[in-house]
Design a protein around this ligand. Structure first.
Ligand code: AKB
Length: 325
């Protein structure tokens, strides 16, 4: 197993919710010019553009991936580009194409160029209603009901295959819903847990697309970034799981989130009008057993519902006052 050092990193999906913040953190750690941000459709923010190199790339075209890898002498991929759950249910063919051919291209180029390491995020969407919903174990039955979940299960197996067959150092985590104050998520089932904050600040009202009693596992962005970086920087001998690790942040219901926001904004009101995303939410875990990640590479989240809510409200209030929300 490679003990070579990661020096030149390409982040796919760098304009997305996770990519836009992870790229900035990687630039701080590895040097601005050593972290290349790649995006496709979404316009990159001023901060992303001014802090280091940015390139357009079509992840579904192997040539496009190969060209950038060669041009920038890339040795590490953080492959975040994906179509997520709700958009994937509207266009399953697109989700299959982007998620599977994208991952295949990344793994092939990484293998062919003898790269040091690949990070690829899986999701709680790998689980379906047959899996235990409380404290969902690392190893359990994976029969997802969404195309996004299908591509994550297939992707996990593919990553494991490239590790076993070619010795490629691929690492991944199963992210829960991610809550963040910089970039909005792009069409997931857990998006309500981000939108609710934006609307609470802007309008003091929100119509939530899942029931009040819907409980899902969530994670605040600083923990999300910490999970990716800690896993990628862990000694290879500590990584026992090559499909993807369960990682937990904090679990709460939509109603509990509303109550927590009301502690800061007492006039805030939330209505609940479930749509097609309710069925997806009901097929996912309510909480996650992440003991393997904790024991093997020292995973530990920093934020709970109260500390995350406080920080989100502080950050979004500032952005609102500056006119950038
Ligand atoms: C989604 O809701 O689709 C994502 C996820 C849990 O992977 N946030």
């Amino acid at each position: 197993m490679s003990t070579k050092i990661m020096k030149r990193i390409l982040v796919t999906g760098a304009t997305g919710q996770i990519g836009s913040e992870l790229t900035l953190e990687l630039r701080k750690r590895y040097g601005s010019d050593n972290v290349i941000a790649a995006g496709h459709r979404r316009k990159p923010s001023e901060r992303l553009l001014s802090s280091g190199p940015f390139e357009y790339m079509d992840i579904t075209k192997r040539d496009s991936v190969e060209k950038l890898a060669k041009k920038h002498d890339i040795d590490t991929f953080y492959h975040l580009a994906a179509v997520i759950s709700a958009v994937g249910e509207r266009n399953p063919q697109l989700a299959w194409n982007v998620n599977m051919s994208g991952l295949c291209n990344i793994l092939e180029v990484a293998k062919e160029h003898n790269m040091v390491r690949v990070f690829w995020p899986s999701s709680i969407a790998v689980f379906g209603p047959e899996a235990p919903r409380v404290n969902t174990p690392q190893d359990t039955v994976l029969i997802p009901r969404t195309m996004y979940g299908v591509t994550k299960v297939a992707g996990e197996l593919l990553c494991n295959y490239y590790f076993m067959r070619f010795g490629l150092d691929v690492r991944g985590v199963r992210y829960p819903g991610i809550i963040s104050s910089e970039t909005l998520p792009g069409g997931g089932t857990t998006d309500y847990a981000v939108e609710i904050f934006y609307e609470a600040i802007k309008k003091r009202r929100y119509t939530c697309f899942v029931r009040e009693d819907t409980v899902l596992p969530m994670m605040y962005m600083p923990d999300c970034i910490k999970a990716a970086i800690n896993l990628m920087e862990a000694d290879p001998s500590r990584i026992k799981c090559r499909t993807s690790y369960n990682v937990a942040g904090t679990s709460f219901s939509a109603g509990e989130l509303t109550e927590e926001i009301k502690k800061h904004i007492p006039e805030f009101r939330c209505e609940y009008k479930p749509d097609f995303r309710q069925e997806i939410a009901d097929s996912w875990p309510m909480s996650i057993d992440d003991s393997a990640a904790c024991e093997e590479w020292g995973w530990k989240p920093d934020y709970d519902l109260a500390s995350m809510t406080r920080d989100m409200i502080e950050k979004l209030t500032k952005r609102f006052a500056e006119g950038s929300l």
